[in-house]
Ligand binder design. Structure first.
Ligand code: ADP
Length: 450
């Protein structure tokens, strides 16, 4: 087994990884920026190292500082969490070259799936359905226009190196596509240092359905069911649930097989997620594969009873995954995750500051993953996610009722949060009836509030 893990991350996910390590008897090293001295992950880890200034570029994204911290403390493995360096093939390679274990897939798998147009091509060759679109990155505007003519509008341009909902441009006709081509390339260049874009058919009212994958180094690749992530704003997830109300057992099995085939196409090892768009007619298409643990992994943990982070650690150590061999992982009940962000509920502008009082809900079926405590000052430099409230019930109705009471019992005073927005979603008739698509949140976005 691994002996000492350095966590190259901060906040709730760093705390989550420390919990898993602690249960497996692995010691932990936290890294932190100057602005994060008081962050809970620093207190929870056995050792900690300050790796630089407040801005991520100077600390959490600074590869040499992270590696130096690992070497000084004698860590034998690095867990990247999500965000920051989690999907940097370069970082994974350096960790490996320094003789340490990267807790995640190989640099080759990260590189393949990180290039979205290459990923599309690879999974398509493995028989996984992809949306009609460009085979590779687009060479010219002319090529984009010709392709769009063939597949029909609307189309979406996406950055090959994209992520986090950035670098995407919609076009409903030829005129829009002409303008969007340069804008998308410029945006992609600015955000990712790579201007390549590709094109695919834009679906008007799809659901975002993703499958959790586990793969070990002994050739076993399984899925642990789906997560419904259609509640998004600006292409960012806000609330996730498992299972999806839209999947029959047959469709689940079919999509699960496709997800496993996608992972096998990348010779994937570790935990990962295959994302699909599901149309109202039950047709589904591969969108991308995320090569890391995801923010929303707890909903899968709640309905399967599997600790995904511990499995990642076991797999990274070369062990087999600990799940008993059977045809499908059983799914029990229903789970919902609410992302609690420090932000203005109307404008979504970040709302950092002092947490004057924190009261966490408990009771049956409630889990909170957070780094908050009363008296903690949320720094302005990082993501606005401050807590994840996850509820589990025997069925969807119980999970919704439990979610409502847990959100009502959660008190985060001193800053503005998304708690009330979640309560409004739980009251929405369409939500309660499970009528979801990726445009669900549009009605909650005020004009000019973006
Ligand atoms: P990112 O990696 O930047 O998050 P994704 O490719 O995962 O980008 O897409 C994010 C979201 O954008 C999806 O969940 C979906 O809501 C929307 N989206 C992406 N591609 C399409 C498409 N072809 N048709 C309709 N919606 C799409």
């Amino acid at each position: 087994m691994l002996r000492k893990v350095l966590i190259a991350n901060r906040g709730e996910i760093a705390v989550r990884i420390i919990q898993a390590c602690r249960e497996l008897g692995i010691s932990t090293v936290a890294v932190h920026s100057d602005a994060d001295r008081d962050c809970l992950h620093v207190e929870m880890a056995e050792e900690s190292v300050c790796i630089g200034g407040p801005y991520s570029n100077a600390s959490y994204l600074n590869i040499s500082s992270v590696i130096a911290a690992a070497e000084i403390t004698g860590a034998d493995a690095v867990h990247p969490g999500y965000g920051f360096l989690a999907e940097s093939a370069h970082f994974a390679e350096i960790v490996r070259d320094c003789g340490m274990t990267f807790i995640g897939p190989s640099p080759e798998a990260i590189r393949l799936m990180g290039n979205k147009s290459a990923a599309r091509a690879a999974v398509s060759a493995a028989g996984v359905p992809v949306l009609p679109g460009s085979k590779e990155a687009l060479q010219s505007r002319k090529e984009a226009l010709e392709l769009a003519e063939g597949i029909g509008y609307p189309v979406i341009l996406k950055a090959s190196a994209g992520g986090g909902g950035r670098g995407m441009r919609l076009a409903f006709d030829e005129r829009e596509l002409r303008g969007a081509f340069d804008t998308a390339r410029n945006e992609a260049e600015k955000a990712f240092g790579d201007p390549s874009v590709y094109l695919e058919k834009y679906l008007e009212r799809p659901r975002h359905i993703e499958f959790q994958i586990l793969a070990d180094g002994h050739g076993r690749v399984i899925h642990l069911g789906e997560r419904e992530c259609s509640i998004q704003r600006r292409h960012q997830k806000l609330l996730e649930e498992a299972p999806s109300a839209a999947l029959s057992p047959e469709l689940r099995a079919e999509m699960g097989r496709a997800a496993v085939a996608a992972a096998r196409a990348a010779r994937y090892v570790s935990a990962g997620t295959v994302e699909f768009l599901l149309g109202p007619d039950g047709s589904f298409h591969f969108m991308e594969m995320n090569t890391r643990i995801q923010v929303e992994h707890p909903v899968t943990e709640m309905v399967t009873g599997v600790d995904l982070v511990k499995e990642q650690l076991r797999i990274a150590a070369g062990e087999r995954m600990s799940l008993p061999p059977r045809r499908a992982v059983p799914i029990n009940g229903h789970a919902i995750e609410f992302r609690i962000n420090a932000e203005d509920p109307n404008t979504f502008a970040p709302s950092p500051g002092l947490v004057e009082r924190l009261v966490l809900p408990g009771g049956p079926g409630v889990r909170v993953d957070t780094h908050l405590y009363t008296g903690y000052r949320i720094p302005p430099y990082y993501d606005s996610l401050i807590a994840k409230l996850i509820v589990h019930g025997a069925d969807r109705a119980e999970a919704i009722a439990r979610g409502r009471r847990a959100l009502e019992m959660l008190r985060v005073e001193g800053i503005r949060t998304s708690i009330r927005l979640h309560l409004r979603i739980l009251e929405d008739r369409d939500f309660v009836d499970g009528r979801l698509d990726t445009h669900f949140m549009d009605r909650y976005l005020q004009p000019g509030g973006e």
